[in-house]
Design a protein around this ligand. Structure first.
Ligand code: NAD
Ligand code: UD1
Length: 332
């Protein structure tokens, strides 16, 4: 089976390449390296001992993408490629809409024209907006607060309408909660450019001494200790969720939450990181970050029922593996 992985050099894509290669799939990676480094592809080969084809391609480029569909008999597409910085999307909305929507359209169009039957899409829990937890797939979407989130909701809609009109294309929309951690080899992980926006990479950079302290955005939420609660999921579990989604994908459009179902507060994550890695994380409580919700965690029962998948790794492993990667690779 040939699986086209767009954004395969990125954080989640690289871990999913490893999971697919280990499971015997052949992968073809298309990435323009706008937010990743080609060296990651070498590391995937090192971890798995397997080779694969990779192309430096912008997946909004319809001609370049079509050449791939002509060159290979592609059995499925997993579409990770996209821009993902929430704040930047507010500053540069057109860049986000163009990149994230056009890539989805170009890929879906080629799937139809070349008879590809499986399309797995990287969506986000952000599409739920602010509503009661646990968040379930059956809930209506409440609208997001930024262009990035809108590109996810719109891509879901584009793929849903396309699959309805072309029933040979089965679609799986995967709503990720908060992916963190890294492969246990320490060879691949998350390498944000500049100052991280997300909590775990911020913590690892404080631990490394690159940043002086963590700013905790608000301690007056109606949560266990007043700080924001999220459903952190180990990126290797998330990668395995993609394999399950691909293998079980049948006709129609299917939506799955990929999370653990467990909420963890900012301070709980900080404490666990300190305990597991034996490093103190200095922090200061500051005001809330605009657009943040108090609590977000998943109802994960559908993924278990229909995909036979559930996350296995806990917060301890997430903190240990995130730190191991930071120690090994943060100076690149
Ligand atoms: P990432 O930035 O590490 O990976 C994305 C990859 O896509 C990068 O390698 C980048 O170079 C590539 N890319 C971007 N635009 C491209 C284009 N036009 N053509 C070719 N390649 C392109 O991000 P990630 O964390 O691995 O996220 C993967 C996907 O999952 C994204 O669509 C993201 O929006 C979504 N997602 C991520 C999170 C998260 O917290 N990391 C949460 C929910 C959803
Ligand atoms: C953010 C994005 C969301 C995106 C997700 C995954 C916003 C408003 N939301 O979600 O759209 O899908 O990342 O990429 O940006 N925190 C701190 N200090 C920090 C960083 C974070 O206290 O320096 C807190 C936040 O307030 C939150 C928690 O840590 O309570 C997690 O934050 P983060 O990792 O940015 O993820 P989300 O807010 O869930």
């Amino acid at each position: 089976m040939n699986i086209l992985i767009t954004g395969g050099a990125g954080y989640i894509g690289s871990h999913t390449c490893v999971a697919l290669l280990e499971r015997g799939y052949d992968v073809i990676v298309a990435d323009n390296f706008v937010n990743s480094d080609p060296v990651v592809l070498q590391r995937i080969r090192e971890i798995t001992g397997r080779d694969f084809h990779s192309y430096e391609i912008d997946v909004t480029d319809a001609e370049a993408v079509e050449r791939l569909f002509q060159a290979y008999k592609i059995d499925g597409v997993i579409h990770f490629a996209g821009l993902k910085a929430v704040g930047e999307s507010v500053q540069k909305p057109l860049e986000y809409y163009r990149n994230n929507l056009l890539s989805t359209i170009v890929l879906a169009d080629n799937c139809i024209r070349y008879g590809v039957g499986k399309f797995v899409f990287s969506s986000s829990a952000t599409v739920y907006g602010d509503q009661e937890v646990p968040l379930a797939e059956s809930m209506p979407l409440r609208g997001t607060t930024n262009p990035y989130g809108e590109t996810k909701a719109m891509s879901e809609r584009i793929l849903t309408d396309t699959a309805r009109a072309h029933p040979k294309l089965a679609v799986s929309l995967l709503r990720y909660f908060n992916p963190v951690g890294a492969h246990e080899s320490g060879l691949i992980g998350e390498s944000p450019r500049g100052i991280p926006n997300n909590l775990m990479p911020y913590i690892t950079q404080v631990a490394k001494g690159k940043l002086a302290k963590l700013y905790v955005y608000g301690d007056d939420y109606p949560t266990v200790d007043g700080t924001g609660v999220r459903d952190y999921i180990h990126v290797v579990d998330l990668a395995e969720g993609h394999v399950a989604a691909l293998e079980r994908l049948e006709e129609g459009v299917h939506v799955y939450n990929l999370g653990t179902g467990q909420g963890t507060s900012v301070l709980q994550l900080v404490k666990t990181f300190e305990q597991v890695n034996g490093i103190k994380i200095p922090y200061e409580i500051v005001g809330r970050r605009p657009g943040d919700v108090a609590e977000s965690y998943a109802d994960v029962s559908k993924a278990w029922r229909e995909l036979g998948w559930s996350a296995k790794r806990g917060i301890d492993e997430m903190c240990r593996d995130a730190w191991r990667y930071e120690v090994n690779h943060s100076d690149e």
